[in-house]
Write a protein that binds this ligand. Structure first.
Ligand code: NAI
Ligand code: MG
Length: 368
């Protein structure tokens, strides 16, 4: 039996997770759900938003469903700490950043589907560990880096103390891994094309390095058409011709931006699912955050979390129930009679989920 760590987290997290689990229950799958703690309460009471017992739970389970977590700026984080924990130099590190780093989750998956008309269905896969977010970010430049920078006229005028530099790290290790992941994902999900979004005509050396790796890795996947496009063109076409894309792979920052654009193309945060996957771990979460202003009102759209559960089921190689769940969500969104406010309806979180569960039962009755 597969096991799933369930971390509802903060704000609307517990509401959308509980709604999604009530639907998952209808699928009657051999899954063991084990609940755990994460988020702002853990930070306030224990000085760590991801307690050790939660890391143990993640080690003992096959994957994880996360609701949402609240993050606040440093000063507010310190103020809200329990009195006995203040002044100890405890530092708030975003739980999702901790998960990605400690579990080495190198791929961020963001499916972008047209729930209303079925006109497009692509996925943005973002490299999570290197690129422009590798952490090689300097303000005040010393030798030997200054030697590389000082001939730029703006740097020459500002001087080393008033210059900052961010290095884009592109390694064969990181690029091969994300490209192979992208090709495998394409094969497994029936996509015939893989687009790498980069900027080869400006970032010539690293862009050419990426092209070489794409050619090498792509040789193992002759059935998938591969291309490199400028990231700005990809952004334009995601909006104008989203149906042209299958799998889109991008380095960390380009992927960060394109994947949020994907949530917009899809129709908003209430709909967009995501997954983070590595060689030895994974977690799945809706793209949206904890939306504290909406928490406790039962108004949050559960669709993003339902599609996240479908992604998680795919990952556990439960492709058939994953498809049934997606079909049920699509049918409910299309019918529009039981959808939440953000889709123009007035259903509550649990009513919307119930309607997906009913739809699921009728899909299963037909297919069963
Ligand atoms: P947010 O995604 O929580 O909410 C932004 C707005 O989007 C909401 O006010 C609401 O209008 C709408 N929205 C979000 N989820 C929705 C849903 N399920 N149904 C309907 N409408 C929905 O982003 P915000 O306000 O910037 O951040 C709030 C907190 O969440 C912060 O503490 C932030 O750090 C955290 N956050 C956590 C993330 C995570 O858990 N991975 C991701 C993004 C933000
Ligand atoms: Mg983002």
């Amino acid at each position: 039996m597969k096991s799933v760590a369930v971390l509802p987290g903060d704000g609307i997290g517990p509401e959308v997770v509980s709604a999604a689990l009530s639907v998952l229950d209808r699928l009657d799958l051999p899954l063991l759900l084990r609940f755990g703690d994460i988020g702002w309460e853990c930070w306030k009471q224990e000085g760590n938003p991801v307690p050790e017992r939660t890391w143990r739970l993640l080690e003992e389970t096959d994957t994880c469903l996360l609701g949402a977590v609240t993050s606040k700026p440093l000063r507010e984080a310190e103020v809200e700490l329990a009195g006995r924990l203040r002044g100890q130099g405890l530092e708030f590190i975003s739980p999702v950043v901790q998960l990605r780093q400690r579990l080495r989750l190198f791929a961020n998956i963001r499916p972008v589907t047209d729930l209303k008309h079925g006109r497009f269905n692509f996925v943005v896969i973002r490299e999570n560990t290197e690129g422009l977010y590798a952490g090689l970010d300097f303000h005040g430049i010393q030798d030997p880096l200054w030697k590389e920078v000082r001939d730029h006229p703006n740097a020459a005028e500002s001087g080393p103390a008033s210059t900052s530099v961010t290095l884009r790290l592109q390694t064969s290790t990181g690029m091969d891994r994300i490209l192979r992941f992208g090709f495998e994902y394409a094969r497994r999900h029936g996509y015939s094309s893989l687009t790498v979004a980069d900027k080869p005509n400006v970032l010539r050396q690293s862009g050419n390095h990426l092209r070489e790796r794409l050619e090498r890795v792509g040789a193992d996947y002759p059935d998938i058409g591969a291309e490199i496009l400028n990231v700005d063109a990809v952004a334009l076409w995601m909006v104008r011709r989203p149906e042209r894309f299958g799998v889109i792979v991008a380095e960390n920052m380009f992927g960060d931006i394109l994947s949020d654009l994907g949530a917009g193309v899809m129709g908003g945060l209430g709909l967009a699912p995501s997954g983070n996957v590595g060689d030895h771990g994974s977690y799945f979460e809706p793209v949206h955050g904890s939306a504290p202003g909406m928490a406790g009102q039962g108004r949050a759209n559960p669709v993003a979390t339902l599609l996240t559960v479908a992604l998680l089921l795919d990952h556990l190689e439960l492709a058939v129930p994953a498809r049934q769940l997606r079909d049920a969500v699509h049918a409910v969104v299309l019918r529009r009679t039981a959808v939440t406010y953000d889709l123009g309806g007035n259903a509550s979180t649990s009513q919307a989920a119930e309607s997906v569960a009913d739809q699921l039962s009728s899909i299963q009755a037909v297919k069963g």
